[in-house]
Design a protein around this ligand. Structure first.
Ligand code: PEP
Ligand code: MN
Length: 360
């Protein structure tokens, strides 16, 4: 993937910096809060102010946003600071109001991207505007839904389109609020190389302390921008308090992040290499996680065998696995010799695990 891959149409039109930084509170709370944050962000790398006005909450009863009133605060913030403005739209009425208030960037939230009906309604309402529209990934790890939403907007003549990766929800608790599943945005980038790709580390992390690392991974994967939830008093934010950072922390983060700006051929080469290496790191991480999962299942089989007093080595079953994997290996361009070596090693580790269980 080369650095020259992007036409960067609207990024260039707006002379938006690399990486594009969108920052601001999860939710607009009061006029003072929006203006204070906007003024603090003026001295950072942020060029676009974000604030949710209509907040989709997972459970009712939480703060659901200030509504259309907040659009006036965003307009005022733009007038006072020059920052572009952005907010989430979740139906055609939101679109109408956002357009009436001349909001510059409209994004479609993760809970909306899952619904082709609503995405179509929003696309129809947006038809013909030249606003920037950003599509967050759907809550569930489904690339097709994400692509579908992008196609609906392209078909509605939205020219300034981009996507936001905010991670995917999982039933199991992980260190992330929303699992990054980096291979999904990587695949999306392969399919639509000209579509600006922005990372939202805040909703991936759900906590402040890993936001930096997520941003660094995104930049290493050639993302074009970051959307970071920012508040002057994060702990007392009305929504998503744990994941917001202060404008000062944002300034420091942008200093510490390794950002690849150069565009000469030497830099193109090392950028491409770096991106591919980060992709390898993502896959290696998945391999180790999958192997760990396999051993856990193997441990459970060990317990069953222990209870029934059955031998660990089951040759018939093992030969079946090998035969199947050699065939699947061929389909994936892996030599028989390699597949055999890998599976012998996995099998040995499984036997060691089960021996431990049986002797415990
Ligand atoms: C948000 O950006 O505040 C938001 C609600 O995001 P998401 O749609 O990613 O949950
Ligand atoms: Mn939020």
């Amino acid at each position: 993937m080369e650095n020259t891959k992007k036409l960067r149409t609207w990024l260039d039109d707006f002379k938006l910096s690399h990486p594009l930084v969108i920052a601001g509170p999860c939710s607009a709370e009061t006029e003072e809060q929006v203006l204070k944050i906007a003024h603090e962000l003026k001295d950072t790398d942020a060029t676009v102010l974000r604030a949710g006005i209509w907040k989709p909450r997972t459970r009712p009863g939480n703060f659901e946003g200030v509504g259309a009133l907040g659009l006036k605060w965003l307009q005022k913030a733009k007038k006072e600071t020059g920052l572009l403005t952005s907010t989430e739209v979740a139906n055609k009425d939101h679109v109408k109001l956002a357009l009436e208030h001349d909001i510059d960037v409209l994004w479609i939230g993760a809970r909306t991207t899952v619904s082709p009906f609503i995405v179509q309604e929003i696309a129809d309402a947006l038809n013909g505007t030249d606003k920037i529209v950003l599509v967050k990934n759907p809550v569930n790890p489904d690339l097709a839904l994400w692509l579908g939403a992008i196609e609906r907007l392209y078909s509605a003549n939205i020219k300034k389109l981009g996507v936001i990766h905010r991670g995917f929800s999982t039933y199991e608790k992980t260190r992330y609020r929303n699992n990054p599943n980096w291979q999904i945005p990587i695949e999306l980038q392969n399919r639509f190389p000209d579509l600006p790709l922005i990372c939202d580390p805040s909703h991936i992390a759900g906590r402040r302390d890993i936001i930096f690392d997520i941003c660094q991974t995104a930049l290493d994967l050639n993302f074009d921008g970051l959307m970071v939830e920012t508040h002057y008093d994060p702990d007392n934010a009305w929504s998503d308090a744990k994941q917001q950072i202060t404008p000062d922390t944002l300034i420091q983060m942008m200093v510490d992040l390794k950002i690849r700006k150069e565009t000469d051929t030497e830099a193109d080469y090392s950028n491409a290499l770096n991106t591919l290496r980060t992709q390898i790191d993502v896959v290696d991480h998945q391999l180790i996680e999958m192997l760990g999962k396999r051993m856990k299942i193997s441990d459970q089989i060990g317990s069953l065998k222990k209870n029934k007093n059955v031998a660990i080595l089951q040759t018939k079953r093992w030969n079946e696995i090998l035969g199947k994997m050699i065939l699947e290996g061929e389909e994936n361009n892996l030599s028989e010799e390699f597949v055999l070596r890998i599976f012998k090693a996995i099998h040995q580790e499984s036997i060691n695990h089960q021996k431990k269980i049986i002797n415990s």
